[in-house]
Design a protein around this ligand. Structure first.
Ligand code: 6MZ
Length: 364
């Protein structure tokens, strides 16, 4: 098996609907086309297009949401996304998704998240460690085999720990954002570990989400923000001063912001392919990963949207290694260090550390 695929990895920035399999998206779109809900021939090229501006990416998300937002489909894509990450030896996945309400099909934000949780429990091809309601929020693994053996072996049945982040979409009102936070709090015992702020970065104002984010933090939820995906110095400054536990992207920071980011030591979720595909960064050789990595600032390689950007976490590691001239030892260490920035509890962290320690013998 290819080295980058077999190396254990941690994924901290993956949007559910952005990670949908191409084949599934096309299949679902074709079925809706046959029912006359959408015009498939008009949409096929949009789905198959490779390079998209940030604006076009968000147009595609609106289309994906029309195609995927019913309970059964949400369950199906969750199951598939988890299987896909586990297949490339992602041992911990923090999957994020925006709870959506659509009264015409009887969907509430709660029932949307329940459909996601159902998908998590439905995985059968790999063992999934998730939180269960049944036994006083115990960690369960949907496997027949022992769960205490945390040795890493690519040849045995794969095992993945999955936790959830609920996303606030920048189009939402303060009230809607608060509803998402309340839901996350109610579902903490089911493995919801935090809140993400995402969505089209040219839409909405920081002040709108701030009350919900403050409340989330007061109540002990972890917070990660999409920060600096477009130029907006005031917002970037406000976000950094909020002291989130992690930020995603961090592209358009100015000198003062970089210093602040580094002095606050806020880990950055780096999405190389996404940044290039959306033309947010002109080329990989000028990507801010290099500066952050050299400064020993905490960084985590992530995919953002494996489906929309046709990538995988293994690809992101391979691309980083070849672009920035890093060896396998450095890449293994980078992957291992990601464990320190997961939002799951110490028990999970300990388990992940032991997985990486046991894998180290074979990988470096
Ligand atoms: C900001 C993004 C994103 O939540 O429906 N999303 N937000 N920047 C990005 N960079 C490209 N990629 C994805 O997954 C899709 C949603 O995730 C957010 C957007 O709000 C998008 O609608 P869910 O599962």
């Amino acid at each position: 098996m290819e080295w980058w695929v077999s190396m254990p990895k941690v994924e901290l920035h993956a949007h559910l609907n952005g990670s949908i399999r191409h084949s599934t998206l096309l299949e679902l779109a074709r079925a809706l086309g046959e029912k006359g809900v959408i015009d498939f021939s008009d949409l096929e090229h949009v789905i198959l297009k490779k390079d998209r501006s940030l604006r076009e990416v968000f147009e595609l998300f609106d289309l994906i949401h029309i195609i995927t937002t019913d309970h059964m489909t949400v369950t199906r894509i969750t199951k598939e996304v988890i299987e896909d990450f586990a297949a490339e030896n992602v041992v911990y996945l923090e999957l994020r998704t925006t709870p959506k309400a659509n009264s015409s099909i009887g969907m509430s934000k709660r029932s949307y998240v329940e459909a996601v949780l159902k998908g998590l429990r439905a995985v059968s091809t790999v063992d999934v460690d998730f939180m269960s309601d049944n036994e006083n929020s115990e960690r369960l693994v949907n496997s027949l085999g022992p769960t205490t053996n945390h040795k890493y072996n690519v040849n045995t049945r794969k095992r993945i720990v999955v936790r959830l982040l609920l996303s606030i979409d920048r189009r939402e009102t303060t009230e809607a954002a608060k509803e998402t936070v309340s839901l996350a709090l109610e579902m903490k015992h089911l493995g919801v570990v935090g809140i993400d702020l995402s969505g089209n970065p040219v839409v909405g104002e920081w002040i709108t989400y701030l009350p919900a984010l403050k409340y989330a933090r007061e109540q002990g939820l972890h917070i990660t923000l999409h920060c600096g995906e477009v130029r907006n110095s005031k917002e970037i400054r406000d976000m950094l001063n909020f002291l989130p536990q992690r930020i995603g992207h961090a592209i358009f920071l100015d000198e003062e912001d970089w210093e602040k980011l580094k002095s606050y030591n806020i880990p950055v979720e780096i999405c190389l392919t996404s940044n290039i595909r959306t033309l947010s960064v002109p080329s990989l050789d000028v990507h801010h990963f290099v500066d952050l990595y050299n400064a020993k600032h905490p960084v985590v390689l992530c995919t953002d949207d494996t489906g929309v950007f046709s990538t995988s976490l293994s690809d992101e590691y391979r691309i980083a290694a070849s672009t920035f001239g890093l060896g396998k030892k450095e890449m293994f260490e980078l992957s291992k260090n990601s464990v320190e920035f997961v939002f799951a509890d110490n028990g999970v962290k300990e388990e992940l550390r032991s997985i990486f320690n046991s894998a180290a013998k074979s990988f470096i």
